[in-house]
Write a protein that binds this ligand. Structure first.
Ligand code: ZN
Ligand code: FE
Length: 260
């Protein structure tokens, strides 16, 4: 029997050059992974720790998030749970906003948030003080707008920003160092950002992870969560006169980042 049901443990499995596949366990042999873009790094960790993969959670259809999914399903019989999107093959169940993903073998449940912007069907999983947000929110950044409008992304980021500030943000990429460089161009005088950037630079020098971060800290430093702050709106207006706070500011900041 699993004696630690409900107490979440999250482990990073690095993949490709800068992806993190998050492994969720509760002290027993059962586990889940989020966004396995590659199978082999997951297989290695399962073998090393004697874990059974029971659940695969998917935030969106991009290859670096689903590439290892089918092989892992074949090897382990894990159930695949993700958004309503036929570009993600072999799902056992597809989830809408507000539905609950139950992982009974782990004693965990996560709520589903629809967060379109990076892709049209992107979802995030929230529960147990943890947010698995794929490529919607990064530490000190956000995902590119491949299939959504700035207004959609603003709504999605607002939804995430409304979660408790102590929430651990498990994003899918180690982009924090380059995100900090851009954020400092937007808000050079933000003391929390200056502090975070120093911390991140030191961590990366030592090849340490910079995620998860805390949501409350993200709100203080992440320009994409600050599109109604005067400093960020002013920076956007220097690039495009007259833009409004919120989605219009986000559009300008996001386009600036795309060419930074
Ligand atoms: Zn993506
Ligand atoms: Fe990605």
């Amino acid at each position: 029997m699993n004696h630690h049901k409900g107490v979440i443990e999250v482990t990073a499995i690095p993949a490709f050059s800068d992806n993190y596949i998050w492994l969720i366990s509760t002290g027993g042999t059962s586990c889940a992974v989020v966004d396995p873009g590659d199978a082999q790094p997951v297989v290695d960790v399962l073998n090393e720790h004697g874990l059974d993969l029971d659940y695969i959670l998917i935030t969106h259809h991009h290859p670096d998030h689903i590439g290892g999914m089918r092989r892992l399903q074949k090897l382990s019989g894990a159930e695949i749970y993700g958004p309503h999107d036929t570009r993600i093959p072999g799902q056992n169940r597809m989830f809408n906003e507000g539905e609950t993903v139950s992982l009974p073998k782990l004693g965990l449940e996560f709520g589903v948030l629809e967060v379109p912007g990076h892709t049209s069907t992107h979802i995030a999983f929230y529960g147990h003080g943890s947010l698995f947000c794929g490529d919607t929110l990064f530490s000190v950044g956000c995902g590119r707008l491949f299939e959504g409008s700035p207004a959609q992304m603003q709504t999605s980021l607002d939804k995430l920003a409304a979660l408790p500030p102590e929430t651990s943000v498990y994003c899918a990429h180690e982009y924090t160092l380059s995100n900090c460089k851009f954020a400092l161009a937007v808000e050079p005088d933000n003391p929390d950002l200056i502090r975070r950037a120093r911390q991140v630079e030191l961590a990366r020098t030592q090849a340490e992870r910079t995620v998860p971060s805390r949501l409350g800290e993200e709100i203080a430093v992440n320009p994409f969560l600050r599109c109604r702050q005067e400093t960020v709106v002013a920076a956007a207006r220097k690039r495009q006169a007259g833009v409004e706070a919120g989605a219009e500011t986000l559009a300008v900041i996001r386009a600036w980042k795309d060419s930074f």
